[in-house]
Design a protein around this ligand. Structure first.
Ligand code: ZN
Length: 142
């Protein structure tokens, strides 16, 4: 005991200081030392609340950071899509000029549509196939 008191209190070793230093109660969270277990319990209660609050704030900040990262990613992705659209438009323009074709992007159906004089045969063939499918369907499953 004497050794511990000398280390804690330095050269001052009167009886009062000896009693105080030999009965210290340490907070499990912040490691502050108290004279009574009640003081320590009060500190631990407050430290526990602070710890939980800090954890809550930390989680919230983490979530916000993830959201910001996601927004940035979405922004870059949107730019990429925009560039691809510009590329596609240029390719369609070049195609139409080169082959005297009439291809365009139908925004309503998100697909390419074609309307020129020399692919009408293809269209009628497609219609024929559809009719055939309908006929086949009606006579086999209806
Ligand atoms: Zn504490």
């Amino acid at each position: 005991m004497e050794i511990k008191v000398n280390r804690v209190e330095g050269t001052n070793n009167n009886t009062n200081n000896y009693k105080k230093s030999s009965q210290s109660y340490e907070c499990a969270f912040c490691h502050k030392k108290y004279d009574t277990p009640e003081q320590r319990m009060e500190c631990e209660r407050e430290c526990s609340i602070k710890k939980k609050e800090n954890e809550r704030i930390h989680k919230m900040e983490e979530r916000k950071q993830k959201e910001r990262a996601m927004q940035l990613e979405a922004e870059n992705d949107y730019k990429m899509l925009k560039n691809r659209c510009a590329e596609l438009n240029q390719l369609i323009r070049n195609h139409n000029l080169k082959y005297k074709d009439n291809v365009r992007f139908n925004t309503e159906h998100n697909q390419l549509v074609r309307n020129n004089s020399w692919n009408t045969m293809d269209d009628s063939f497609t219609d024929f196939c559809k009719d055939f499918d309908n006929f086949f369907f009606k006579h086999n499953y209806a």
